[in-house]
Design a protein around this ligand. Structure first.
Ligand SMILES: Nc1ncnc2c1ncn2[C@@H]1O[C@H](COP(=O)(O)OP(=O)(O)OP(=O)(O)O)[C@@H](O)[C@H]1O
Ligand SMILES: [Mg+2]
Length: 224
């Protein structure tokens, strides 16, 4: 089943058209890798899929269907909850590990301390970080190593129960060992989540992706 359907998508920043009539589908519970040279529009595509593009000064034409409904018909808050995003550079909030992970759940109305604690534990477990930080939940998240920060950001994206995770080169700042940890984690995720990952690393795409979409100068040139 295709959870996202993209039809004739064009995205522009002002007069500059960056994506041109791109059509492709994202299969549910699979890993789709987006590859292509720098500047071809990969981050633009991701940010369009969770409607961040307008905040980034862009606009789009064409259709994006999320679960067969026009993405524009959802509330932005709901889209951001259902379609989470993790960026290239780890971006923990300058708060404790605990607060990083309870911030969004509290925003979405969860108050019960036990429920919040279980969200923190579950998401850290899923991101393979629990054992490393379980005794330091009050530590400032920016004190973690780069690889730990990135796993924290992935855990944070999971705290609101997304269906889709968009990852924009999540391993590019990491060494081989941390990259391997994230790849192992993503392979386990596809049971529960649909993953769209931008990567510069063709070997990474080969190792983890079910589908690979190649973009060149704003056009989809290959999908397999
Ligand atoms: N906020 C913005 N305003 C104007 N132009 C932008 C903006 N963001 C990106 N662009 C332009 O859109 C094009 C595509 O950028 P994008 O960041 O999507 O590429 P990318 O494939 O993710 O590249 P990289 O691999 O370097 O991350 C580039 O020419 C870039 O300069
Ligand atoms: Mg990019």
């Amino acid at each position: 089943m295709d959870i996202i359907k993209i039809k004739d998508l064009s995205v522009s920043y002002g007069d500059k058209k960056v994506l041109k009539n791109l059509s492709m589908n994202i299969e549910k519970n699979k890993i789709t890798a987006i590859i292509g040279p720098s500047g071809c529009g990969k981050s633009t595509l991701l940010s369009t899929l969770n409607l961040m593009i307008e905040e980034n000064g862009g606009s789009f034409e064409g259709d994006i269907l999320f679960k067969d409904k026009d993405i524009r018909s959802y509330k932005k808050d709901d889209i951001r909850r259902m379609i989470g995003m993790v960026f290239q550079k780890p971006t923990p909030f300058p708060f404790s590990i605990y607060k990083n992970l309870t911030y969004a759940p509290i925003y979405y109305g969860i108050k019960d301390k036990k429920e919040l604690n279980s969200i923190v534990e579950n998401t850290l477990q899923k991101a393979g970080l629990f054992e490393e930080v379980k005794n330091d939940l009050n530590m400032k998240a920016t004190k973690l190593s780069g690889g730990q920060q990135q796993r924290l950001c992935i855990a944070r994206a999971l705290t609101v129960g997304p269906e889709v995770l968009l990852l924009d080169e999540p391993c590019s700042a990491l060494d081989a060992k941390n990259t391997e940890k994230i790849e192992e984690m993503l392979l386990k995720f596809s049971k529960d989540y649909t993953i769209v990952i931008v990567t510069h690393n063709l070997d990474q795409a080969k190792r983890i992706a079910d589908h690979t979409a190649s973009i060149l100068d704003g056009e989809l040139v290959e999908y397999k």
